[in-house]
Write a protein that binds this ligand. Structure first.
Ligand code: GCU
Length: 613
């Protein structure tokens, strides 16, 4: 190959790299997007089901949006100009789906659908010259290709974290059209991978906003107590857009704080504020302060709680006091209205049930839940274990898989870094032991510490049994602040619940132990003796024995039994007891509290008496 053709091919490679980078490039997510000036794009979107991705690939399987004309895909929402023109799709004449919301629970024949659905929404806007505009998605499961007025904005992968595109220069005066290709197909190298014990709800499952911001605006900030220092607020304020060097005022009126900082040439200012006589946040005292950040061009408010969290030997200290985490696990699913939690009302109901159970803590499994859940936990007084879906048999040796997991983890941390309720970042669940897995998970643990050293890092570790010994010596435990694991004595192993007391724990680490799961299935309303699986009595018996069993663990500092409410799962096919429902809920899908609910409630209420702050 002569040098001319070589330089031609090198420039082609460079061109494709720029296209690829451009297509994936998005601005970092806006902090506290709900607190900005938003045009909500929630509501009804027209949709087209496209199992063969006919709206994306031509018949030679070339993507339309990478073809020379860039025309032909469903994203250009062409109108039929004359009757002889052949167009084989039409959004205007297509049905609609509610956004936010998954498609599985809205349309009967999409209940098990995995593939592509195209969404289209029109909106009117009169863009202002001195403003910037961002198209913001709180979550789309799983892969989203986003187009505005027929032009591709980019791609996002990951079903539970926010993303946005700067559309300032792409909006038209008047009517604009946004089209999103959503594909929830499971793939081995993705996060999560192909095998999960939860329903693969596809769609635009959380809010969509067109966010209007000043040309120079406060894009991001962290305002929290310094690690291990109850007398200092530290963090940063980040200005983006034009005019990066600005004077910023941090105003927390109820704490008697008003201080100014100046951003540097990159738009960033570090904050470091001494505090005294503030009311520290805790579940018993979920005190939130109004925090107002004002720059020369922007103002925004947030509600922020201040608390410290640390471990000391086998204890967990919040604001310097020992706590026991009286928890329960939750999926992002409303049992009464099948599908993803759609509204604040849905979320408040779930957390109210947790409070009624006597909880001060929830494990939001196994993926980032809605940002609104964290804000409600702040308000209602519940600690939160937040998690990324690094679940089971991940492709540990695939670099793109690690990049994906790490991005979902840092997106979660960046989104919720100002939420006092969040005390644990979990990097995964029940990941099988191997050297590649240890490297992958150790790097994620290091990423947590590098991104946010003010909170704890953990994961549901692997457990194994040697005779009657339940052994927890997963080497990943060395990288974590808590020893957490799932333990299903009396259900998946160990015979009947009454037999579990023959076993004992051998836990290698001198760290606080927080049990991430135990439980049993029970079909709400099915009653039998306590040795009949799937009966409420069996589940009740298991809870009674588990509560005894777990209290034999020295250093037990919390638990989140599996799970608050029955949830949909494609792995639970028993035609009488399950019907695609995992029945380990303490509450059935009709909202009925099972007998075990009261067993756990009594244990937590008794404990609360012991631990009166
Ligand atoms: C596992 C897993 C859960 C699952 C549960 C069960 O430990 O972490 O996601 O639903 O057990 O088997 O019900």
């Amino acid at each position: 190959m002569n040098h001319k053709s070589l330089s031609f091919y090198l420039s082609l490679i460079l061109l494709f790299q720029c296209i690829y980078a451009g297509v994936f490039a998005q601005s970092a997510s806006i902090q506290n997007v709900q607190g900005r000036s938003n045009l909500s794009l929630n509501g009804r979107w027209n949709y087209i089901v496209d199992p063969y991705e006919n709206g994306y690939y031509d018949y030679r399987h070339t993507p339309y949006d990478q073809s020379a004309s860039g025309k032909g895909g469903f994203y250009d929402d062409k109108k039929q100009e004359n009757k002889s023109e052949l167009i084989e799709y039409n959004f205007d004449l297509s049905p609609t789906l509610k956004v936010p919301g998954d498609w599985n629970s809205q349309v009967a024949n999409l209940e098990l659908y995995e593939g592509t659905v195209w969404y289209r929404r029109k909106f009117e806007i009169a863009p202002k010259a001195d403003k910037k505009y961002f198209l913001y998605f709180a979550a789309v499961n799983y892969e989203a290709h986003v187009y505005l007025n027929g032009k591709k904005l980019g791609i996002h992968k990951g079903g539970f974290t926010p993303f946005q595109f700067d559309v300032t220069s792409k909006l038209k005066q008047g009517e604009n059209v946004v089209v999103v290709k959503v594909d929830n197909t499971r793939k081995q190298d993705e996060i999560p991978t192909v095998n999960t014990d939860w329903w693969n709800y596809g769609g635009i499952t959380r809010d969509v906003f067109l966010t209007e911001l000043p040309a120079a605006h406060i894009a991001d900030y962290k305002v929290q107590l310094a690690k291990g220092n109850a007398n200092k607020i530290e963090g940063f304020v980040q200005v983006s857009g034009s005019q990066l060097t600005q004077n910023i005022t941090v105003f927390i009126p109820e704490a008697g704080i008003k201080t100014s900082v100046t951003t540097d040439v990159s738009g960033k200012a570090v904050i470091d504020i001494p505090v005294k006589n503030i009311s520290y946040w805790s579940p018993e005292n979920p005190k939130l302060y109004k925090v107002q950040l004002t720059s020369e061009t922007d103002t925004l408010n947030d509600l922020i709680g201040f608390r410290t969290i640390e471990t000391k030997g086998q204890d967990i200290l919040v604001n310097g006091k020992s706590v026991f985490l009286r928890g329960i696990s939750l999926h992002d699913e409303n049992p009464l209205l099948p599908g993803r939690l759609r509204s604040t009302g849905d979320m408040r109901m779930m957390l109210q049930w947790a409070k009624e159970l006597g909880c001060n803590y929830v494990r939001l499994a196994h993926y980032p839940h809605n940002e609104e859940m964290m804000r409600l936990a702040d308000e209602m007084g519940l600690f939160v274990w937040a998690e990324v879906p690094v679940y089971w048999t991940i492709s540990w040796e695939n670099k793109d898989t690690y990049t994906n997991a790490s991005k979902q983890l840092t997106d979660l941390i960046e989104r919720d870094k100002n939420r006092a309720s969040v005390i644990v970042w979990s990097i995964g669940n029940e990941t099988p032991l191997s050297e590649p897995r240890l490297n992958f998970m150790s790097n994620l643990a290091a990423t947590v510490k590098a991104t946010d050293n003010t909170r704890l890092v953990s994961a549901a570790l692997e457990v194994h049994r040697k005779g009657y010994e339940v052994v927890v010596d997963d080497v990943l435990g060395e990288k974590l602040d808590l020893v957490s694991f799932n333990e299903y004595a009396g259900w998946y192993w160990g015979g009947l619940p009454k037999e579990m007391l023959k076993y004992h724990f051998n836990i290698k680490y001198n760290k606080p132990v927080v049990i991430t799961e135990f439980g049993a299935d029970a079909l709400g309303g099915f009653h039998a003796d306590e040795e009949t699986k799937f009966s409420e009595e069996y589940q009740e018996s298991l809870y009674k024995y588990q509560i005894q069993f777990l209290q034999t663990i020295k250093g037990l500092r919390g638990m989140t039994p599996w799970i608050l409410a029955d949830f949909r799962s494609p792995r639970r096919q028993h035609p009488v007891y399950q019907n695609f429902w995992n029945r380990k809920g303490l509450i059935s899908e009709t909202g009925k509290k099972k007998k075990a609910f009261y067993t756990l409630q009594q244990f937590y209420n008794n404990m609360q008496q012991q631990y009166k702050p």
